[in-house]
Design a protein around this ligand. Sequence first.
Ligand SMILES: Cc1cc2nc3c(=O)[nH]c(=O)nc-3n(C[C@H](O)[C@H](O)[C@H](O)COP(=O)(O)O)c2cc1C
Length: 390
Amino acid sequence: MAFDSFRDFVNALDAAGELIRISQPVATELEITEIADREMKLPGGGKALLFEKPTVNGVVSPFPVAINTLGSHKRMAMSMGAESVDEVANELGALMKAKPPTSFKEAIKLLSLALDLRHAKPKTVKSGSCKDVIQKFDAPASSNSWPPAPDWQKGTNPNPPTLANLPILKCWPLDGGRFITLPCVVTRDPDTGERNLGMYRIQIYDDQTTGMHWQLQKVAARHGRRYYERGERMPVAIFIGGDPMFPFAATAPMPDGLDEFLLAGYLRKKSVELVKCETNDLEVPANADFVIEGYIDPTEPLRDEGPFGDHTGYYTLPEPYPVFHITAITHRKDAVYPATIVGIPPMEDFYIGGASVKLFLPIFKMNFPEIVDIALPAEGVVHKLVFVSI
Ligand SMILES: Cc1cc2nc3c(=O)[nH]c(=O)nc-3n(C[C@H](O)[C@H](O)[C@H](O)COP(=O)(O)O)c2cc1C
């Protein structure tokens, strides 16, 4: 099932009794984390939470914060429009069984064909709700852009948002600052033009610069190295929200070169509609809630990112990463800001990672038929421990 916006998904969760609305003001600095952490620790992952009046430095943000929306088996399945993730995995497995692959490389090719069978290829459209409000930053952002004017929701606000006033969380006391925790990062291979979508946390340095925490082995980091070698500016687009299949696809272990938007389109049973960014040539989903456009300058030195309270339940210490410069922020009029927190397990990422493994199990099984099942126990903090039964 395709959701037209993150708000649509939140409303579906609400109708299914899977959402708690919090109408009191709650601070984006540490308070939302405290409440969300308690909820995520409940048996089965608790409920999704919608903070209707998140505050940034004491001022209520116009954008509600949704958190723990994928944090249970049921909500993960709902995001795919299915009764269970197994159901989706079995369907994908059946599609691929038509012609069993003889190698892992062939399995990947087959996966691409299987995804395509549903006519799930992304398509480019002229415009979309992600551009209801457009703010470009060719000149420095105005310093008086906060608090928002009352006509904000009509998209006519003369001072649309800067990073400083989106309801971005400071998760843990010793974190290096505020972090976007469910960002979908779009990059392109400068040699082949192939696109990648990955989830890499974004630390806010100031109104117009952030960190870019793609670990060395990630696809976007490989793209980045090519831009550094070529000495060319690297365009990057970060989007937040839209269909919940976007953040899921961004975290899924898709092979380098296979488009995550194809997977998202397959899972939501509808092609992803993409629009070109305002200030670079990358494309983002037309129905995203927020889009942050910009670039990385290969001549600029790396900058320390972190510390950050990480998946392990410990802080990762500051390490040098590229700096991302923002050239535009666009958003829907009725945008919802989706977030998550990571930390001492179990957290929401346990359900996201579990769904990924289920989905890709039929592909592993084709190459290793002796595999019966795979589990990522919560204690293994998603990617540090895998049980395989054979
Ligand atoms: C909530 C969450 C946060 C994540 N944060 C990061 C991160 O900061 N850096 C990173 O390299 N990977 C992070 N990951 C893992 C990547 O999203 C994952 O490895 C993904 O497959 C990367 O895509 P790629 O293989 O296309 O690079 C995160 C995953 C989740 C679920």
